[in-house]
Unconditional design. Structure first.
Length: 341
């Protein structure tokens, strides 16, 4: 506005509310917005500063697409009178204010004994990864006829790939030379599978022509069988003819902790324990596939960062007061957290 007004002679009324001011003001406002949008266009054009659909368009230039959410899967045990048919698509649910729903993937018939039936989440995402015993409701025509429970936890459900995860794959694609089935190709193929977040490759692991690929899921843990099978199948389609490829899951190493805490007044042991659990879990996840040493001091720092924790003593990590050294194919996962005061 100032620059435009300066182009008129000083004997013209330039005060706010004058005819000239009122004529130029809307244009100045619109031009200011245009300049802002021009800045946005620049940011949207670079992969490191863009987001959402614009990031997908940049990734597509390298042949990458956002990985969709996956469905949690598992088995439920259904009890019903002998001969009862459990149709494909039968719905089951968890209890509570916001129940989660699951559907059977195949038709089955009760033969006198409780029957295990494979089901998957009705909606994709991590919400379907329920604990054992949470699925207790039968919906539809079989309600009141059959009962259900899940003896084991469900797994394999992952949310849609985030912008951060997609950008990480994009960056790997443009910064690492992939060609003719080198190790970067195998990492790229593994990470293209929904539910797989990382991979390690061991060329010539069992002699000439052999390759081993170790994969981890989006939680940096061992992938569920359907996801591992998908990784095996996809890499088999991509790798060069003649290569003998083995695709395996990472090996989980539980990290258990025993510690005595000193707490602030008003903080319950349960609150402190839950906070310590979350801190340790976050630390283990951050180092998985990146570092082969679970550091005793880092575990101690995670304990000290717990809600209401003033100090601690007698800290034992897997029964030791030392670092835990992992093999290259292993990842640490949270185990038992035993806290006392």
């Amino acid at each position: 506005m100032s620059r435009m007004l300066a182009q008129f002679p000083d004997d013209v009324d330039k005060r706010e509310g004058s005819v000239l001011w009122d004529l130029l003001s809307p244009k100045a406002s619109e031009l200011a917005q245009a300049y802002l949008q021009m800045d946005n266009v620049i940011n949207l054009g670079f992969a490191s500063t863009t987001y959402g659909p614009y990031l997908e368009r940049r990734a597509a230039e390298q042949g990458l697409t956002r990985k969709p959410a996956t469905y949690a899967t598992g088995y439920v045990t259904v009890s019903a009178p002998n001969g009862t048919v459990i149709p494909q698509g039968t719905r089951f649910a968890t209890n509570g204010e916001t129940p989660l729903h699951f559907v059977s993937t195949n038709e089955a018939t009760i033969g006198g004994n409780p029957l295990q039936i494979e089901v998957q989440g009705e909606e994709a995402g991590t919400s379907g990864n329920v604990n054992a015993g949470e699925i207790t409701i039968v919906l539809g025509n079989l309600a009141g006829v059959a009962t259900v429970t899940n003896a084991a936890e469900f797994g394999g459900g992952f949310n849609e790939e985030t912008d951060e995860e997609l950008y990480s794959r994009y960056y790997d694609e443009v910064s690492r030379p992939t060609t003719s089935g080198n190790k970067y190709d195998y990492i790229k193929w593994a990470k293209a599978v929904p539910g797989i977040s990382d991979a390690k490759v061991y060329p010539l692991w069992d002699g000439p022509g052999t390759v081993k690929v170790i994969v981890a899921d989006s939680e940096k843990r061992a992938p569920a069988k359907p996801i591992l099978d998908a990784a095996i199948a996809y890499i088999a389609e991509q790798h060069p003819v003649g290569a003998e490829v083995t695709v395996e899951s990472v090996t989980e190493v539980p990290i258990s902790i025993d510690v005595k805490l000193t707490l602030r007044d008003g903080i319950t042991l349960e609150t402190a324990r839950d906070s310590v659990y979350a801190n340790v879990e976050a630390y283990l996840k951050s180092m998985a596939f990146e570092n082969d040493t679970v550091r005793y001091t880092s575990i101690g720092n995670a304990v000290l960062d717990g809600t209401g924790v003033i100090d601690y003593e007698n800290l034992r990590v897997n029964g030791l007061t030392a670092n835990i050294i992992l093999q290259s194919t292993e990842v640490p996962v949270i185990g038992a957290i035993n806290t006392t005061i």
